[in-house]
Design a protein around this ligand. Structure first.
Ligand SMILES: [Fe+2]
Length: 585
């Protein structure tokens, strides 16, 4: 299918098919219709997003005291006092779009900062700051990368910190902007104590449920602050619908919960109402892959690895014999390498191919959800049969046994005694598990779709591009060299920690003081992993110049108190030099 160009979009908009009011110029601000007597409030702040060189989406929501048609005027200026308004207009909003307001402000100047606000029935919103994309020769581009904000898990201190970072061109939100769970669900241990229990109290299924959850999130002061500070470029991950979403289902959806298709449509409609995202055409809530050009320096391609086309995730349990506990490694390897397994789907992959081949920008950046680096662990650990510690203990014991069998002269009497005392631990099942090849542990990530990942690597390589992949989803920070099946370096992945969702430290019960040693162990165990933080919540800032791409990871000390400090000792910076496709420090 042909992607709509901006011109097509404007034609559709002019025909009244456009989703939002497309502004056309400076006009009088005096709407005469709408229910002028209904009292309204702006409770959900303002937001902007999907900047281009000459346009930007402006967003707000009004909360009327009763059901009504509300006229809303908006203005965008080059100064925060609104002395130099370059554009204004009016629109209406109703219950039909949950009283959200989206304006596509056009005819703006490239690479320029703007201020915007809204008025309705005598009330004025707060003022938002935003920025259009630059054009021509660009010296640097600075992006704040965010993901995974679970409201009941803690305060959004990371959003607060992100809002204070200077000279950000755009925030890239890689999804899990909301979570679908009910009160008492995932990561809610402290919710009652910190007064952050979710609304509605139930899991999200209907349009009304998803709208209520977005409204609660957007009443959060820190989230409002970061939206008002910079434009957002967003994609969804799984929790905007349900955990581990794929094209026609999700781990957290069963048949008793009604039609998955209906749930998905409701979730995506609410997403388009509440996020400052520009649809490719009216009513199309399913295609969000799109590109952003930062002059000659960066082409950012935002992908959907979740909803549009993803095949269902493989599951290790399908490969374990229930009687013998034996793992069918051959069948697993054959299924995971299956050439037809897809996350992007052919249409999106073909589009990416043309974006890559058309681009002259120094850096090709993929803004997407799940880890693309190869995160292979020893098989026994990957399938969950052993912990890292057990693998290391039993692996050493088995190696000792092999030396004894070979009459190795270097053996000490203590080593032999240790083996005799512990050899019962090496059952046939354990020995078989120790011999499993290295395997991916997260089948929801690109590791579960290896063939399509290789296609992307080959695309980057054949176009001789500098590839930088941004990822979220895991709640931890990572840096991976991206390597083809033949061992060629084709790019680098920078992955951000979560805003508030718990990471590996929670699943593996890692104590704070044990985190650095654990991180060092994991980094040593995974071949192309160069760095990880497996404990702290934070934001990643990526700065691109003509010669290098630099990632900086910032972390906060707490999310259980609104007072926080950044953890200077955990700050990390890593760089890749243009042309190298490999981390240089
Ligand atoms: Fe998440």
């Amino acid at each position: 299918m042909k992607r709509l160009t901006r011109r097509d979009f404007l034609i559709l908009s002019a025909k009244g098919i456009g989703f939002a009011v497309v502004s056309t110029g400076l006009m009088g601000c005096d709407p005469t219709d709408g229910d002028r007597d209904v009292e309204v409030e702006f409770l959900h702040g303002v937001a902007s997003g999907d900047p281009s060189q000459d346009s930007i989406i402006l967003w707000t929501r009004v909360t009327p005291k009763e059901s009504a048609t509300i006229s809303v005027t908006w203005e965008i200026a080059t100064d925060s006092a609104f002395n130099h308004i370059v554009h204004n207009g009016s629109t209406q909003t109703t219950q039909a779009n949950d009283y959200t307001v989206k304006i596509d402000a056009i005819n703006l100047e490239a690479g320029r900062e703007y201020f915007y606000r809204f008025h309705a029935n005598g009330k004025t919103s707060n003022t938002g700051k935003t920025k259009t994309l630059p054009e021509g020769v660009v010296n640097s581009v600075k992006l704040a990368v965010l993901s995974c904000a679970n409201y009941p898990a803690g305060f959004f201190n990371v959003y607060n910190f992100a809002s204070q970072i200077q000279n950000i061109d755009a925030a890239i939100h890689l999804g899990d902007y909301i979570y679908e769970y009910p009160v008492g669900g995932y990561a809610s241990e402290h919710a009652a104590q910190i007064n952050r229990e979710v609304l509605p109290a139930t899991e999200l299924f209907s349009l009304s449920d998803y709208r209520t959850r977005y409204a609660q999130y957007r009443e959060d002061e820190e989230l409002q602050l970061v939206h008002a500070s910079m434009p957002f470029i967003t994609v969804w991950d799984d929790h905007e619908v349900a955990n581990d979403t794929f094209k026609d289902g999700a781990e957290n959806h069963n048949d008793n919960e009604g039609s998955f298709e209906n749930r998905k449509l409701a979730a995506l409609q609410a997403y388009f109402e509440w996020l400052p995202i520009r649809p490719i055409q009216e009513g199309n809530h399913s295609e969000i892959y799109r590109s952003f050009r930062f002059g000659d320096l960066v082409d950012l391609h935002m992908l959907d690895t979740r909803v549009l086309a993803r095949d269902q995730q493989l599951s290790f349990t399908d490969y374990v014999d229930p009687t013998s506990d034996a793992f069918n490694s051959n069948q697993f390897q054959s299924d995971i390498q299956n050439a037809s397994r897809t996350m992007l789907g052919q249409q999106q992959l073909t589009w990416l191919e043309s974006q890559f081949s058309d681009s002259q920008a120094t850096w090709q950046v993929l803004g997407q959800q799940v880890l693309m680096g190869k995160m292979y662990l020893p098989g026994a650990v990957a399938i969950g049969a052993m912990s890292v510690e057990q693998y290391s203990e039993l692996g050493s014991l088995a190696a000792l046994g092999a030396k004894i069998q070979a009459n190795d002269p270097s053996l000490t009497p203590e080593q032999i005694a240790y083996f005799v005392e512990n050899q019962d631990k090496l059952s046939d099942a354990v020995l078989a598990q120790l011999q499993l090849p290295n395997m991916p542990y997260n089948l929801d990530a690109w590791d579960g779709y290896a063939n399509e990942r290789e296609s992307i690597f080959q695309l980057a390589k054949s176009n001789n591009h500098n590839l930088i992949v941004l990822a979220g989803d895991t709640h931890n920070a990572w840096c991976n060299n991206l390597v083809t099946e033949n061992g060629e370096h084709v790019g680098v992945e920078f992955a951000t920690a979560s805003v508030s969702s718990p990471g590996l430290e929670s699943y593996l019960s890692i104590a704070q003081e044990a985190a650095p040693a654990f991180e060092a162990g994991i980094t040593a165990l995974i071949e192309n992993l160069e760095y990880c933080n497996l404990y702290d919540r934070g934001v990643m800032v990526i700065t691109f110049t003509a010669t290098k791409a630099t990632s900086q990871w910032y972390f906060v000390d707490t999310i259980l108190d609104r007072n926080y400090i950044t953890l200077d000792a955990r700050f990390k910076q890593m760089e890749v030099v243009a042309g190298d496709n490999i981390i240089s420090n």
